[in-house]
Design a protein around this ligand. Structure first.
Ligand code: GLU
Length: 474
């Protein structure tokens, strides 16, 4: 039975790299009928961001990634919250166990001493490693502040098979005597993660490459406790197009920001999945459901994954395109509200979506990019007017408006036939009408097919706008 976990520290809002880690864990669990846990790793109390947990839960929900156990699972709290700060006695018990077995020791070095060691040795010089145990116990009993450190065996090779990176080895001399329990009684990440992964029966630890150097410490802890370690898979860094770690400077990095721009969860997840995974074919567009059927860690590459904003947009567009018009329309009301526009009548909106679908990559494109469907133009694009509006345009547009008023049928084909008739009457080419009419009705030079657009807008709106343009543009 595969059991995996996503274990964010609530030190900030959910990052796209974090969502990718959650996704890979989730996909592995779904692929094998296993379980996906969510564990909040809040042992570094000084770095907590107040609403970070809420943000993480909320964004996972938005992305349709639901944990089977732990924080945020449905029904709420069914399997305990799995929040590390609520499990302190457990870590204390295991730290004591390591003290007793001689795999850990108390360290009384003060902040000043540690600073000095960093300067002169580049790190902790293991000075309390062989300190008398009785003496240490006495000082601890007297209430002297101290931490507990793991006793890393020297001169050993710690190695393992990473499911993404292959064989990885570390020289234990490079591994410091890591603090496992802090003076405030909180465990460090290392102890808490190992204890929890063991107690929660995690079989696969899938996490970012930045944790790779922690893994030898974890493997040693497993050995000290006599536990079988899980399998590890370290995901490559997410980098920008110049190969540097993706940062705020490259653009948006938090999931919230993509939500706010109107990306679909399915589009973002598809894009994130391809940051490091491929199915071995060239297929680019994947639903979450389809990925759940085929995802395999063997197909995750160790090389850095480039975050290409254009590709994200392109993939999102593919997802929108594959959606039904009704389904898209269901998602739009909030975007009208955000734009300060009333939500249009449903049937009308569905027709607009049908016309605009090919031209939209993000949800708000159906609002801001199609504004003329909802409000009369307040101005006319200058460049288009200069190029397309001729001295005779006002008169031709006015004539067309009069024809439209009397048209028996309001359908694209009829509208087009009326325009062609008028061209013949006036001895003009179609362009003499088409461009000014589009500009007059929409205020801009481009958009969906003109006659379909007129049909959806309706007779009254078209006639009114054409007359107004003929008057304003002259
Ligand atoms: N709490 C760590 C983080 O914030 C988790 C690392 C791990 O998955 O072991 O990324």
């Amino acid at each position: 039975m595969i059991r995996v976990r996503f274990a964010p520290s609530p030190t900030g809002y959910l990052h796209v790299g974090g969502l990718r880690t959650a996704l890979y864990n989730y996909l592995l669990a779904r692929r094998h009928g296993g379980q996906f846990l969510l564990r909040v790793e809040d042992t570094d109390q000084s770095r907590l961001v107040p609403d970070a947990v809420q943000n993480i839960l909320d964004n996972l929900r938005w992305a349709n990634i639901f944990p089977d156990e732990g924080a945020g699972c449905v029904p709420e709290g069914a399997h305990g919250p799995y929040v590390q700060s609520q499990r302190l006695p457990i870590y204390r018990k295991y730290a004591d166990q390591l003290l007793e077995s001689g795999h850990a020791y108390r360290c009384f070095a003060t902040a000043e001493e540690l600073a000095e060691m960093r300067q002169n040795h580049g790190g902790y010089d293991r000075r309390y490693r062989d300190y008398d145990g009785m003496e240490a116990q006495k000082r601890a009993d007297a209430g002297e502040a101290h931490v507990i450190r793991m006793k890393v065996p020297l001169g050993e090779i710690v190695d393992f098979e990473d499911l993404v990176r292959g064989h990885v080895r570390f020289d234990s001399a490079q591994v410091d005597d890591q603090v496992i329990l802090k003076s405030d009684g909180f465990p460090t990440y290392h102890l808490a993660a190992v204890v929890d992964d063991h107690e929660m029966e995690i079989t696969h630890v899938i996490r970012g490459e930045e944790w790779l150097t922690s893994t030898p410490k974890h493997l040693l802890l497993y050995r000290f406790f006599g536990w079988t370690p899980p399998r590890f898979a370290h995901l490559s860094l997410v980098v920008n197009i110049s190969g540097k770690k993706l940062s705020k400077r490259d653009g948006d990095v938090s999931v919230n920001e993509y939500r706010e721009q109107g990306y679909l969860p399915a589009g973002l997840l598809n894009f994130l999945a391809l940051l490091g995974w491929s199915n071995g074919d060239n297929r680019e567009v994947w639903s979450l459901e389809d990925m759940e059927k085929v995802f395999a860690l063997e197909r995750v590459h160790p090389s850095p994954a480039v975050f290409d904003f254009d590709k994200l947009r392109h993939i999102n567009q593919q997802h929108l395109f594959a959606m039904g018009e009704e389904e898209i329309a269901d998602l739009l009301p909030e975007w009208f509200t955000k734009a300060g526009l009333p939500v249009p009548e449903r049937t009308f909106l569905v027709r607009v979506v049908g016309l605009m679908k090919q031209r939209c990559a993000l949800l708000p494109d159906f609002v801001g990019g199609a504004r003329y469907f909802y409000t009369d133009p307040e101005s006319y694009d200058e460049a288009t007017a200069k190029k397309r509006w001729k001295p005779e345009s006002a008169e031709l547009v006015e004539e067309f408006a009069t024809q439209l008023e009397a048209l028996p049928q309001w359908q694209a084909a009829e509208l087009e036939a009326a325009l062609r008739r008028l061209c013949e009457d006036k001895g003009q080419g179609a362009a003499a009408f088409i461009h000014p009419v589009r500009l007059g009705v929409s205020g801009v030079g481009g958009g969906p097919g003109l006659f379909e657009m007129l049909e959806v807008l309706g007779r009254e709106v078209c006639v009114r706008r054409l007359r107004k343009a003929a008057e304003v543009l002259k």
